[in-house]
Write a protein that binds this ligand. Sequence first.
Ligand SMILES: [Zn+2]
Length: 93
Amino acid sequence: MAAPGVSPSLVNAIAAHFRTLGYRQHGDWLNGPCIYPERHAHEDRRGSFGFNVRTGYGNCFRCGSMLARDIAARLEINPYQQRRETHEQDTAA
Ligand SMILES: [Zn+2]
C-alpha cells in the first residue's frame, strides 16, 4: 500500500520509467543504478538503488531513502502533464 500522500499514478509513472531503463524487478523492488550517480564512485554502475513499487519509496545504499515526489522531480516525471488541465488555476499574484 502506498504511503499517505503518495499518488498511485505517480508511483506507476516512476515504475514505468525505471522499467524502460531496464531496472530489474525483485518482488516489490525495481533495482538499478542510483538516480544520483554524481554521489557515487563510477556513477553507480553496480546498481545501489531500488524503488519500491508498493510504497513509492526509493532507497539507495549510499544516498538513503527517497520520496516518490523527489524521485519524480529528479526524473522530470509529471504524471499529470498528459491530462487536460481541469483544476482551477490559482490566480493569486
Ligand atoms: Zn545513490
